[in-house]
Design a protein around this ligand. Structure first.
Ligand SMILES: [Zn+2]
Length: 282
C-alpha cells in the first residue's frame, strides 16, 4: 500500500488541479467541464475514475435535500499520548482541521432518504486519511446507539486508512467499541447498510465497515486490512490480479454488491423501501 509523508494513503483531494471552469482528471489528465463533473458526482466521463467525495458532499448527495441534521459536531480530538513523529499530532490535527473545516474525520447525524428517516455517518479521507481515533469512534458509536434507540436504519460510508496511529491503543479500542455497538443494534433488529468507498482499509475494515447486513462498494474500491506488499512478504507468495479490489471481493463473497455512484441513492431507497414493505420476510 502506498504511503505518503502523512503516514496514510495519498489524499485524493487533489482533484482541483485547475480552479475555475475546468477540472483536470487526476487519472487520465483529460479536462472536464466543472458543471458536468459535478453533475456526474465527480466521476470522470473519460476514464470513469472516481474522485473522492468529502463527508459533507457524500451526505449531501445521498440524502433528501436539506433534511440532514448533524449530531456531535463539536466533539474535538485530544492528544492523549503527546505523540510526535516528524510533526506533533497537535500540529497534524490543526492542519487537517484547517484543510477540511472539520474537528475530526467524520460527520454523523440524521436525515431522510427517499422519505425514510435514517441515521447516517460518513468518513472524510481528507482528514488524516479518514483514520479512526477516539472522536471518530465515539461519533460513530453514538450514531449507532441513536439508531438503536430510535429504531432507524443505519448507513455508514467508509473511506479510511485505518486506525489512527497517533492515538495508539486508544484508536484500537474504537474497533471494539463500534463493533459492540453494531452487535447491540443488530440484536435489536436494526438494518445496517455499510458503503465502502476507495480506499477502506485497516482497523475500519476490521470493525464496523465489514459488519453491514448489506455491504455495498463503489467500483474498483480498495478494501483490505493490511496492504498487498505486507501480505506478499508475510506469505511469501504473489497475490492474484485485482486482489483487494471490490470486483475481486464481490466474486469471493466479502461484499454484496458494487454500485455505480450515480445509482447509489436509488439503490439505497429500493433497499429501504423493501425492508419497510410487506414483501420483507423479516
Ligand atoms: Zn479521467
Amino acid at each position: 500500500m502506498v504511503q505518503d509523508k502523512e503516514g496514510v494513503l495519498p489524499p485524493q483531494n487533489r482533484r482541483t488541479a485547475s480552479d475555475g471552469l475546468w477540472i483536470k482528471c487526476e487519472k487520465c489528465q483529460e479536462l472536464v467541464y466543472r458543471r458536468e463533473w459535478e453533475r456526474l458526482l465527480q466521476v470522470c466521463p473519460h476514464c470513469r475514475y472516481y474522485s473522492q467525495l468529502t463527508a459533507k458532499e457524500r451526505i449531501a448527495f445521498l440524502l433528501d435535500k436539506a433534511s440532514f441534521k448533524e449530531h456531535d459536531k463539536d466533539l474535538k480530538p485530544t492528544d492523549p499520548l503527546g505523540f510526535k513523529d516528524s510533526k506533533t499530532y497537535k500540529k497534524r490535527l490543526a492542519q487537517a482541521q484547517k484543510k477540511t473545516g472539520l474537528f475530526d474525520a467524520t460527520i454523523t447525524g440524521e436525515g431522510q432518504l427517499g422519505g425514510h428517516k435514517v441515521a447516517i455517518g460518513a468518513l472524510d479521507f481528507g482528514f488524516m486519511g479518514g483514520s479512526m481515533g477516539t472522536v471518530v469512534g465515539e461519533k460513530i458509536t453514538r450514531i449507532i446507539e441513536k439508531a438503536t434507540k430510535r429504531r432507524l436504519p443505519l448507513i455508514l460510508v467508509s473511506s479510511s486508512g485505518g486506525a489512527r496511529m497517533q492515538e495508539g491503543v486508544f484508536s484500537l479500542m474504537q474497533m471494539v467499541k463500534t463493533s459492540s455497538a453494531i452487535a447491540w443494534f443488530k440484536e435489536k433488529g436494526g438494518l445496517y447498510i455499510s458503503i465502502l468507498t476507495h480506499p477502506t482499509t485497516g482497523g475500519v475494515t476490521a470493525s464496523f465497515a465489514s459488519l453491514g447486513d448489506i455491504i455495498i462498494a463503489e467500483p474498483k474500491t480498495l478494501i483490505g486490512f493490511a496492504g498487498p506488499r505486507v501480505i506478499e512478504k508475510t506469505i511469501k507468495e504473489s497475490l492474484p490480479e485485482g486482489f483487494q479490489r471490490a470486483e475481486f471481493l464481490l466474486k469471493h463473497g466479502l461484499i454484496d454488491m458494487i454500485v455505480e455512484r450515480h445509482h447509489l441513492r436509488k439503490v439505497l431507497i429500493q433497499i429501504l423501501d423493501f425492508f419497510k414493505s410487506e414483501k420483507c420476510p423479516l
